[in-house]
Ligand binder design. Structure first.
Ligand SMILES: Nc1ncnc2c1ncn2[C@@H]1O[C@H](COP(=O)(O)OP(=O)(O)OP(=O)(O)O)[C@@H](O)[C@H]1O
Ligand SMILES: [Mg+2]
Length: 477
């Protein structure tokens, strides 16, 4: 594992080298105040302290740094002749102490522990890498949660095999089609990927789309048609919403799966099916079998290697939410004028998004972010631009809003509101106070109380999850 940003408070080259092994970007400070400044600006995950800075310096650093910073402090001592005992550093607030070079090998274990603690919502997300590997980048499959990594593993396994059909199950919007395309990309990238939605066509049309027909096989069949199974060639045919396939056609599909051949509607010639067949369902197919809507034999034929995509609200998938938000912010084209302008989102907005249940999963999250980009007037998505269910009528929307605000502490909501008012008035406090319906004195007191600082956006000091506006590293290895 590797961290995103590491600060080194030392002039020693071997400590710089050590930091380079565990961090992508290295920032070097020579004084405590420089280290505090850098920490405030870039919110590093780790700071390596030369033990020559005394234990009191740790306290000074913590006192002058942002109280909300989640930076871990590791003090690096000497192999021998250490001036201060390690526990003095720890009692001042350092997290770990390494006894010089003999302990350097322990740093990787510490970094792994830090990474494990970096869970969503409480710590800086490493959002630079949206994808678990190069392959997922090629299919835009964002995700590094345990659940996403597991799905990816299954995708790779199945793509490396001759398994066909492949069943992908999961709630609506979880990314079943994205997963199907990923399998295709790994397996047959040069061939065709043909998708058919089984719910979108009537039984007859679907049959003729899939298998094709010969001229004159039914009234409007005025010429021969090639079916999608044939068209897909050695590529992939993706049968979306398989549970909606009419029961008669299910029997015909079963035959294709068993014989690997099929006939056109009205035809006699057997055509071989070379395509990999991937089917998806957001319904529980076993329940469909029990309700006599889905053939049991087809269910068992499909269920060789089912890949289940975890819903976004599951604890083991939630970690992907901030990552997906960041990805959608970066890639959205919904407002071309705002492209690359809205690059971050406030913590309050993130918290609201993390609390939602996401019945529509990634598709719903994508829509909410696009809507937020449309609504947002600053360079940072704030809570007020997050409208999760726009289907509510105005009359209910106010209630929903009130309910949503009840979800947060009053202080958080107040801080957000004040920050927005200041931002919208370009920090003209008299106007902001008027907007908020409070006196200037009260506004001053609140700004101080909540530590709201001026900047180009509402609460730039603490709320960024963006990695896009980072300063250049002071020194890179
Ligand atoms: N891992 C992912 N990374 C980025 N975007 C994703 C990911 N998974 C899904 N999406 C996006 O979410 C939307 C829904 O994905 P997809 O169509 O694959 O879902 P689905 O499971 O097939 O949904 P349905 O059951 O409704 O057909 C798409 O816009 C897709 O690009
Ligand atoms: Mg789909």
């Amino acid at each position: 594992m590797i961290l995103h940003r590491v600060v080194v408070l030392s002039r020693k080259e071997d400590i710089h080298q050590l930091a380079r092994q565990v961090g992508r970007e290295l920032f070097v400070a020579e004084t405590i105040s420089e280290a505090s400044d850098i920490t405030e600006r870039i919110n590093p995950e780790l700071i390596l302290f030369d033990h020559r800075f005394s234990p009191d310096c740790i306290r000074e650093f913590l006192n002058t740094s942002d109280k909300n910073s989640n930076t871990y402090i590791v003090v690096i001592g000497e192999d021998q002749n250490n001036i201060y005992p390690p526990d003095q550093f720890i009692s001042m607030g350092a997290h770990y102490y390494l006894h010089g070079k003999q302990d350097y090998h322990l740093l990787q274990g510490i970094v792994n522990q830090i990474q494990n603690k970096l869970t969503f919502g409480t710590q800086q997300e490493d959002t630079d890498t949206f994808f678990a590997d190069d392959f997922t980048e090629s299919v835009s499959m964002v995700g590094r949660s345990q659940a996403a990594l597991h799905t990816l593993k299954m995708i790779k396994l199945v793509a490396a095999s001759q398994c066909s059909p492949i069943l992908i199950v999961g709630e609506t919007g979880t990314g079943k089609e994205v997963a199907a395309k990923a399998i295709h990309t790994l397996k047959n990238p040069k061939e065709l990927f043909v998708a058919v939605n089984c719910a979108a066509l009537t039984a007859n049309l679907l049959e003729s789309e899939l298998f094709g027909h010969v001229k004159g096989s039914f009234t409007s069949a005025d010429r021969e048609k090639t079916g999608l199974l044939e068209l897909a060639g050695a590529g992939t045919i993706f049968l979306d919403e398989i549970s909606e396939m009419p029961i008669d056609l299910q029997a015909k599909l079963l035959r294709v799966l068993q014989e690997k051949t099929f006939r056109k509607v009205g035809g006699t010639k057997e055509i071989s099916c070379k395509a990999t067949i991937i089917v998806s369902s957001n319904r529980n197919l076993k329940n469909e079998v029990q309700a006599n809507r889905f053939r049991m034999d087809l269910y068992y034929r499909l269920n060789i290697f089912p890949i289940t995509i975890t819903p976004l609200r599951a604890p083991e998938r939630k970690k992907d939410i901030p990552l997906l938000i960041q990805y959608f912010l970066k890639t959205s084209t919904v407002c071309p004028g705002k492209t690359n302008k809205i690059t971050s989102i406030t913590k309050l907005a993130i918290e609201a998004l993390l609390k939602h249940d996401w019945p529509g999963n990634i598709r719903e999250l994508h829509n909410v972010i696009e809507r937020a980009i449309l609504l947002e007037t600053t360079d940072k998505i704030g809570l007020s631009s997050i409208v999760i269910d726009p289907g509510e009528s105005d009359q209910f929307a106010d209630n929903a809003r009130a309910d949503k605000i009840k979800d947060f502490s009053l202080a958080k909501a107040e801080r957000e509101l004040i920050a927005r008012a200041l931002q919208e008035t370009f920090w003209q406090k008299t106007r902001a106070a008027e907007m908020l319906g409070i006196s200037r004195a009260t506004l001053y007191a609140k700004v101080k109380q909540y530590n709201i600082k001026s900047g180009s956006s509402a609460a730039k000091d603490q709320d960024e999850i963006s990695a896009l506006s980072l300063p250049e590293p002071l020194m890179v290895g």
